[in-house]
Design a protein around this ligand. Structure first.
Ligand code: RIB
Ligand code: CA
Length: 310
């Protein structure tokens, strides 16, 4: 009997997604039962190929399911300027031998929610398009999910893709609205928490360089985005998906969490994709978001070091 916690990860790899996946693969208490792939950082063709390649480098046969190639309603810019045109630092790696499954990501999410009903931990590391599609097909999905954790948003409006919005929320705000309204409560690791828990560039590089094939591959695919980050954001590297995954895997390392009502702006304009938190509970809406405010940095760093130097 496998008493590990089943983990289903929706992701748009992406360099920080890749580190989050390595954390999940390294954890002995969780079983990654599938990767559902979104478009976001780069196009779906690349994010699927990147997920397959990372599994191959990590020696994992996790099923990979391709999802929607575009947001639900409105096109949005990608983040190739951060991750490279192929999303993995443009190192021209040899494609993985394995292919994605034939099943669509949205259908895989629903099927796996039944297979692991009541135990499944669903993690979203990219735009929420696939999860929104799954909810439109079957609104009962949340009842079968034990915990839903999303890397999304900027809870006091300090965005990274626009002044007020974070990339995952901004790429498909209609999908985020569907998802945030569907789950009675969910865990949110936002961009501002990411910035508050930066990784020292020199430490991370040291971990990669002492990490064998996995470390060397990760050093190569992350070089472009780390250099971009060092040029623009200073001494720490902001690895959003890794922080979200650390919280998934080690919830008791969260030092401070605030639960509040959260909504998202859909109107086109300077606030589109902004995640609005009712900090004073003025509107009387339910507290749907458990917001990560502080996480144990030492435990976060130790987990990354271990995943990069298996
Ligand atoms: O804003 C950071 C998020 O957008 C991360 O998930 C990163 O991979 C990108 O998808
Ligand atoms: Ca991501």
């Amino acid at each position: 009997m496998n008493d590990k916690i089943p983990l289903l990860i929706d992701t748009d790899p992406g360099v920080d997604d890749a580190l989050a996946l390595l954390l999940a693969f390294d954890d002995t208490n969780h079983d990654v039962v599938g990767l559902t792939i979104a478009a976001g950082n780069v196009g779906l063709r690349h994010t699927v190929a990147n997920a397959l390649k990372l599994c191959e480098v990590a020696g994992r046969e996790v099923p990979v399911y391709a999802g929607s190639p575009s947001p639900l309603l409105h096109a949005a810019p990608d983040a190739a300027y951060v991750h490279g045109n192929d999303g993995f630092g443009d190192i021209d790696y040899t494609p993985a031998a394995r292919s994605a499954e034939a099943e669509h990501a949205a259908l895989a999410i629903l099927r796996l929610s039944h297979v692991h009903a009541g135990k499944l931990v669903l993690v979203a590391l990219g735009p929420l398009t696939n999860i929104a599609l799954a909810l439109k097909l079957d609104p009962t999905l949340p009842a079968r999910v034990a915990r839903f954790v999303a890397m999304s948003g900027a809870v006091t409006g300090h965005g990274n893709i626009t002044p007020s919005a974070e990339f995952n929320a901004y790429f498909d705000p209609e999908a985020a609205k569907i998802v945030f309204d569907a789950f009675p409560q969910f865990d949110l690791s936002d961009w501002e928490a990411t910035v508050a828990h930066g990784l020292p560039h020199d430490a991370v590089l040291g971990w990669m360089q002492s990490g064998g094939e996995v470390g060397r591959f990760y050093e190569a695919i992350s070089r472009k985005t780390r250099e971009w980050s060092a040029d623009r954001r200073g001494d720490d590297w902001h690895c959003a998906d890794a922080l979200a995954m650390a919280w998934v895997l080690e919830p008791d390392a969260a030092i401070e969490v605030e639960t509040r009502p959260l909504d998202i702006v859909l109107e086109h304009g300077p606030a589109r994709g902004a995640t609005v938190v009712d900090w004073q509970r003025q509107l009387g809406r339910p507290d749907n978001a458990r917001i990560l405010m502080r996480y144990d940095a030492a435990r976060f760093h130790a987990r990354i070091r271990r995943a990069l130097t298996p």
